[in-house]
Design a protein around this ligand. Sequence first.
Ligand SMILES: O=C(CO)[C@@H](O)[C@H](O)COP(=O)(O)O
Length: 218
Amino acid sequence: MTPIIAPSVLASDFANLQLEVEMLNKSQADWLHIDIMDGRFVPNLSFGFPVMEGIKRYAQKPMDVHLMIVEPEQYIEQFRAAGADTITVHYEACTHLHRTLQQIKATGAKAGIALNPHTPVALLEDVISDADMVLLMSVNPGFGGQKFIENTYRKIEALKNLIIARNSKALIEIDGGVNQHNAPLLLEKGADVLVAGSFVFSSADPLQTIADLKSSSK
Ligand SMILES: O=C(CO)[C@@H](O)[C@H](O)COP(=O)(O)O
């Protein structure tokens, strides 16, 4: 199966955002990955609704929105209205995760759960069948351009086993430090979606880099 490729707009040139989005429209990218940071859940700020709406105006592909914010349930409907197709909330940020997943689905968006590198996959046992996707952070969230954490491979295997055991249809998304070297093993272990920020946008030829990731073998 070919992977879903979701370039992270966080690493794009914000001074030329329209051009960056148009480049992604032309590319083999499947989704646009949108990182929202609040300076509380993570020690960084990214952007909010006006920028997201600007991206949506030009984007011809689904928007995969990753909320690195506390109390995400306060903003679900607004993110959906701003164009989110998938909304992923952090396990660590949700007191009532099951309720928040239903809230996301009620808007018509797909519902994802993100896990920080230190959070065990086993904690998803009772909620995996309610998730459309699980995002495994393969760096500590908050910044692009960090080094991939190798323990992610083991977590993908554990998550895949849980998904099979619970008859879940959840996709496995990997986010952080993804590149052409680790992509084949990530896919072999069971990843379905690869997020890549700096690897795509810092490359000399982002269109070719996206095509290379897309053709990574499983
Ligand atoms: O969620 C995040 C960072 O918190 C990621 O989406 C990064 O933006 C991925 O960037 P690279 O590690 O690929 O540069």
